[in-house]
Design a protein around this ligand. Structure first.
Ligand SMILES: NC(=O)c1ccc[n+]([C@@H]2O[C@H](COP(=O)([O-])OP(=O)(O)OC[C@H]3O[C@@H](n4cnc5c(N)ncnc54)[C@H](OP(=O)(O)O)[C@@H]3O)[C@@H](O)[C@H]2O)c1
Length: 349
């Protein structure tokens, strides 16, 4: 039996991926039957869903999560729980505003309604706006997990790349809260100024001629033996060669295509380590309660910081939204909002 609070429509509008080729013609707005929640699931009326780098990878079938075609994209979002299956947790969430991970193979966040495991939802504090909350699960929890890895590994300081990204800006806040010195690496002068204004103590520009030397001396002085790298490729190689012996690099993004090459003798004798970091695996490893604890702390910090939302689009303008985001990822997040209609724009997120 399904519990719901309000009369629900029989169908919903959803974006559908018809082929994993990243082409415009393969992303279509369709009308689908409204899905029904099973015992441990809830149905959410979606308010907002951000476009993230992981969604771009998904559209080309290059992400860890694969859904059978035709598939509804969108990994994360926020909204209101409007129906639930029979489990106690699912029923407790009915009527609540939540942020969620859209983990169901037959559902996704780029739709008017999303079917989600109750365990993949987190309730919102009254101080957090529903649209803002769409940005509070993936990137902040990734940052929380990365900083947790640094704490658990007793590293004295951290290096991070793509530091002006959403994940990077959360790492700035969380490492400061944890009392861990952080060396931020960006590739544009304006991001150096932005991060300093947001409280980052050490910000290096990888385009500067003295970057490798400065990173070498600073990471040795601070004892920075862990790096969070979203870029990969040549930059990853430069980090490892500059950082102290026994350094560990957590690769969590693929912003630059291409292989890296480190002389094997450096890997061996300096005991360098490269590991993949995947937020969903970290959440499973640390458990629901630890993740929820992190999320509650993140919501408290989030009220102090205005989210960097660049634009909001209705589902029918998803292609324009994707193009805008792809052109300049660092200029702020782009949200899809199923409740908007063509021509409608940015509410006060
Ligand atoms: N493994 C996981 O579980 C996990 C979870 C969440 C996110 N991620 C990854 O985290 C990364 C950041 O995500 P986000 O949503 O926070 O990003 P975002 O806010 O959209 O920002 C992307 C940032 O990356 C920078 N960038 C792009 N290409 C670059 C390159 N080739 N070299 C250096 N910097 C580059 C951009 O700066 P410019 O202005 O200089 O281009 C921008 O500051 C992505 O790779 C994403 O896939 C991984």
């Amino acid at each position: 039996m399904v519990t719901n609070t309000i009369p629900l429509p029989a169908t919903m509008r959803a974006l559908e991926v018809r082929a994993y080729d990243g082409a415009r013609a393969s992303l279509v707005l369709v009308e689908r039957p409204l899905p029904q929640p099973a015992a441990a699931e809830v149905l959410i009326r979606v308010v907002a869903s951000p476009i993230n780098p992981s969604d771009l990878l998904f559209l080309e079938d290059r992400h860890g999560v694969h859904k059978p075609l035709p598939a509804i994209p969108g990994y994360f979002g926020s909204g209101v729980v409007v129906a639930a299956g029979t489990s106690m947790l699912a029923r407790m969430l009915v009527g609540q505003r939540v942020t969620f991970g859209a983990d169901h193979p037959l559902s996704g966040a780029w739709a008017e309604y999303a079917l989600v495991q109750a365990l993949s939802c987190a309730p919102l504090l009254p101080s957090i706006g529903t649209a803002h909350a769409a940005l509070l699960l993936l990137n902040p929890i990734t940052a929380w997990g990365l900083v947790d890895e640094a704490r658990q590994g007793r590293h004295r300081a951290i290096v991070q790349t793509a530091a002006a990204s959403e994940v990077g800006r959360w790492v700035v806040r969380l490492s400061r809260a944890a009392g861990l010195p952080l060396i931020c690496v960006v590739r544009r002068a304006e991001h150096v100024d932005q991060l300093r204004a947001e409280g980052a103590d050490y910000v290096l520009n990888s385009s500067s001629p003295d970057f490798d030397q400065t990173l070498h001396s600073l990471s040795h002085r601070l004892g920075a033996t862990i790096a969070f790298d979203a870029v990969g490729g040549h930059l990853m190689e430069r980090l490892l060669l500059a950082m102290p012996s026994a350094s560990r690099l957590l690769l969590y993004g693929l912003l630059e295509e291409g292989a890296y090459s480190i002389p094997p003798e450096r890997m061996i004798f300096e005991r360098l380590r490269v590991e993949g970091f995947y937020m969903l695996e970290w959440m499973q490893r640390r458990g629901y309660l630890q993740t929820l604890r992190g999320f509650m702390a993140i919501q408290k910090l989030a009220t102090e910081v205005h989210p960097s939302v660049r634009a909001c689009f209705p589902l029918e303008e998803a292609w324009s939204a994707l193009q805008l985001y792809r052109r300049e990822m660092g200029a702020g997040k782009v949200l899809l909002m199923p409740g908007l209609r063509r021509g409608g724009c940015a509410p006060n997120v």
